[in-house]
Design a protein around this ligand. Structure first.
Ligand code: FEO
Length: 396
């Protein structure tokens, strides 16, 4: 159903309440998501983005109830990823000759995915499209936010920035606007989205935010492609992105581990005790990788100044959850964070070395090259050592 967002601009997207995983199974979406598509009905009728492929037929049927599809003059594809372009094949069957405006890279991604020769019109930053009634669309390339083909579209006079993935959240709601939803849930989903998707592109993001601000365009609304539309103080999310893009950290230390027979877990808890003794202000959190959601832990890593990683030694290495998580962190290119390793062993004891190397490789600065190693299960004196190790971490 079409929902008016401002003047002649409506939301025509899909709320996906049941979504549990996104990007295949790579990103957990505990709060579902939305695929936001927008319809502008001025002298020209414009459709901005579509929805994910499983909802393509439903999307086209709903759109047909609102308008005669032949009335659409321009289709804008801000980004080629399937969660926004997935309904294009179903839509374009009805209007095969209508022009699609997108970046040069989006032509590559759309052709590569759908193998169709639609009437692509390549746009660059600053290009404009007159849509009548004195209004224009202005295009802004947003490479690597988060694909090379991404762009944003700005609607003059209504002052709406259709930002696509940037400033979004995986958050299902019927409420449409940021001021109408639970602020705590919204904040959590925004930072999780940034930490898990946008963090590696922080340097490019900083430059792009400065460029957008330098245009001096008034922004009354930021209409993202996932989650709520920023209507109340829309620049608050831009300010948050500016802060997050600056090697973000809070006064938090996260202890992340997996354990086999609870020896490494006991060390983790004693290290936490030591951190809390040495620093009354720091927030210390423990996460067992086998029991907690990896994307939620990534959000905690993003907030942390130090990550203490633990695994027992297994097969001359570490548990695969720990190795996999280190690989995940490396891809997200976190900066300005410290790390240390710990773990129990019974025989050869290479676990700490493997963790330390992978943390260094992921861009973390090691507090201690050797970390805390314990032969067999920790006895009382080993637990004391773990407390002292925690105190050392807190002071580092
Ligand atoms: Fe929401 Fe990059 O797609």
């Amino acid at each position: 159903m079409k929902k008016l967002i401002k003047n002649n601009v409506s939301w025509v997207g899909k709320v996906d309440w049941e979504l549990l995983k996104f990007h295949g199974d790579d990103y957990s979406t505990h709060k579902g998501s939305t695929y936001n598509s927008y319809l502008i009905e001025e002298e020209k009728t414009v459709l901005i983005d579509t929805v994910w492929m499983p909802f393509a037929d439903e999307f086209v049927e709903n759109l047909q109830k609102e308008i005669d599809l032949d009335k659409i003059d321009y289709v804008i594809a801000n980004h080629g990823e399937v969660d926004h372009s997935g309904a294009l094949p179903a839509l374009m069957k009805h209007i095969p000759n209508k022009p699609i405006y997108c970046t040069a890279n989006a032509v590559k991604s759309l052709k590569g995915q759908y193998h169709q020769d639609w009437d692509f019109h390549v746009v660059k930053t600053g290009d404009k499209l007159d849509i009548g009634n004195g209004k224009e669309l202005v295009f802004v390339e947003m490479p690597m936010l988060h694909w090379p083909d991404s762009m944003a579209t700005y609607l003059t006079k209504d002052n709406i920035l259709f930002s696509n993935d940037a400033f979004g959240q995986h958050y299902a709601t019927e409420k449409l606007f940021n001021d109408l939803v639970d602020q705590c849930e919204l904040d959590n989903e925004c930072i999780k989205y940034y930490a898990n998707i946008l963090a590696p592109f922080s340097q490019m993001l900083k430059r792009k935010l400065a460029e957008i601000i330098s245009f001096g365009l008034p922004i009354d609304m930021i209409a993202t492609s996932h989650g709520v539309i920023w209507r109340q103080n829309p620049m608050q999310i831009v300010e948050k992105y500016s802060k997050w893009a600056e090697n973000y950290q809070e006064n938090q230390i996260s202890i992340i581990y997996e354990t086999m027979w609870n020896g490494t877990k006991q060390l983790a808890e004693k290290i936490a005790e030591g951190i809390a003794i040495a620093d009354k202000d720091v927030t210390v959190k423990l996460f067992n990788l086998a029991k907690k959601d990896a994307n939620d832990i990534i959000t905690e890593v993003f907030k942390s100044k130090t990550v203490v990683m633990g695994s027992p030694t297994v097969g001359n290495g570490v548990l695969h959850s720990v190795a996999g998580f280190a690989h995940l962190m490396k891809g997200l290119k976190f900066k300005n964070k410290k790390a240390a390793a710990f773990g129990c062993y019974g025989w050869s004891g290479e676990g700490n070395k493997v963790i330390s190397e992978s943390m260094k490789d992921a861009g973390f600065e090691l507090i201690d090259e050797d970390g805390l190693k314990n032969l067999w299960n920790p006895n009382e004196s080993a637990k004391e050592e773990a407390v002292k190790f925690g105190m050392k971490i807190a002071k580092a």
